[in-house]
Design a protein around this ligand. Structure first.
Ligand code: RP5
Length: 166
């Protein structure tokens, strides 16, 4: 199956975090691709990737970057495919810089922004899955059922929790 979700990141050093998005998509059986595309080191590649995204039928792009993290915003500037931004923890400011760079998009070009790090990457994948699950076709409906089941299993885990000593 052709990829429905693109995972892109500014460097291979982002992969340990972004793998959480890939793992979630794998768990739901959603076809995806993962690539390194740097906004400032490969700007032409970034433009080409974003410009082709809709034609390639990508339903969402999960973009992770750290530091002055302009990758998600620049992708969003060149495509109407939803861009889900994941702030990657940075060396000096622990990802607060990445978060603010991604979340503070000026009005008009949205980037849906997630938590810093692996939780954000996993939740970006769950959001991409939810976007595809809104499709009124067999694949979308099947994914929606899987999402409901995923939520139910989380609830069960919490209900089964007990506190030591009580
Ligand atoms: C950003 O710079 C990347 O997204 C990465 O988080 C950060 C550091 O990149 P490397 O120096 O590890 O390649 O572009």
């Amino acid at each position: 199956m052709k990829p429905l979700v693109g995972i892109v990141m500014g460097s291979d050093s982002d992969w340990p975090v972004m793998q959480a998005a890939a793992a979630m998509l794998k768990e739901f059986g959603v076809p995806f691709e993962a690539k390194v595309v740097s906004a400032h080191r490969t700007p032409d590649l970034l433009f080409d990737y974003a410009a082709m995204a809709q034609e390639r039928d990508l339903r969402a792009i999960i973009a992770g970057a750290g530091g002055a993290a302009h990758l998600p915003g620049m992708l969003a500037a060149k495509t109407i495919v939803p861009v889900l931004g994941v702030p990657v923890p940075s060396k000096h400011l622990n990802g607060l810089d990445s978060l603010l760079s991604i979340v503070q998009m000026p009005k008009g070009i949205p980037v849906a922004t997630f938590a810093i790090g692996e939780a954000g990457a996993a939740n970006a994948a769950l959001t991409a899955i939810a976007i595809i699950a809104t499709g009124n076709d067999d694949y979308g409906r099947a994914l929606a059922l899987k999402l409901v089941d995923f939520r139910a299993r989380q609830s069960e885990k919490v209900m089964a929790m007990s506190l030591p000593g009580l």
